[in-house]
Ligand binder design. Structure first.
Ligand code: PGA
Length: 246
């Protein structure tokens, strides 16, 4: 992946109509701004609409979570084949809101990820520490514990289907962005840990957590950062244009 990625995570915002409007604006931005790849992650009910609109364009559409299981008795879950059928090509897994608000364990996040990778979906696997963990110097240990259960079913061919997103929990939706030094050193550590744990190159590592037009340029300028996962600011086409510098 040579271009840096700008992924909008729309979370539980925007219904079908508003998602289509925003997707339209992002398509316009992507057509003009070829310096970045633009991926959008609408709510489940808007996925089909947005996937249809963006088919054949540079914009990729993803789900905010996905089941690892293929089919069956999993009330409330969405499978890879359901997503693929409507043109969705990636999903987030392990987002901090899934882990910390909805109690998804490291093992469950890894199971979702490995199951979806095995079925050919691209995954943006989110990792990150809480503030108390950073203050105790446990950041890397927490992230390695989040990555570790992926090792069990890992196959080298999954490498090109995976993106890692480093999102410090304390920076998500708080306006409290990590410093450039924190982002740089943590990303470098994740890359080194990945190489050690998986004996292969690390997939692209994005940064997420209060990215907005005031800080994006410097964050995207960090060599080891492969792009940004953007929540709040991604709900505004104008802010996304400013983040992309166009
Ligand atoms: P934020 O969210 O940009 O609103 O902090 C980022 C995310 O949760 O992916």
């Amino acid at each position: 992946m040579s271009k840096k990625l700008l992924i909008g995570n729309w979370k539980m915002n925007l219904g079908n109509v508003k998602s289509a409007e925003l997707a339209d604006a992002i398509m316009g931005l992507a057509a003009k701004n070829t310096g970045y790849e633009f991926w959008v992650t609408p709510s489940t009910t808007a996925l089909a609409t947005v996937a249809k609109m963006t088919a054949g364009t540079a914009v990729r559409v993803g789900a905010q979570n996905v089941a690892g299981d293929v089919t069956g008795a999993h009330t409330g879950e969405v499978s890879v084949s359901m997503l693929k059928e409507i043109g969705v090509t990636y999903a987030l897994t392990g987002h901090s809101e899934r882990r910390h608000v909805y109690g998804e364990s490291n093992e469950l996040c890894a199971k979702r990820t490995l199951g979806a990778l095995a079925q050919g979906l691209t995954i943006v696997f989110c990792v990150g520490e809480k503030l108390a963990e950073r203050e105790k110097g446990e950041t890397l240990a927490v992230i390695e514990a989040q990555l570790s259960p992926l090792k069990a079913g890992w196959k080298p061919e999954y490498q090109k289907q995976l993106v890692v997103a480093y999102e410090p929990v304390w920076a998500i939706g708080t306006g409290k962005v990590a410093t450039l030094e924190e982002i740089t050193t943590t990303t470098q550590s994740i890359i080194a840990s990945w190489k050690k744990m998986f004996a292969s190159e690390c997939p692209p590592v994005l940064y997420g957590g209060s990215v907005d037009p005031t800080n994006a340029k410097l964050i995207l300028g960090i060599d080891v950062v492969g792009g940004c996962l953007i929540g709040g600011a991604s709900l505004s086409a104008e802010k996304m244009a400013a983040i992309a510098g166009s």
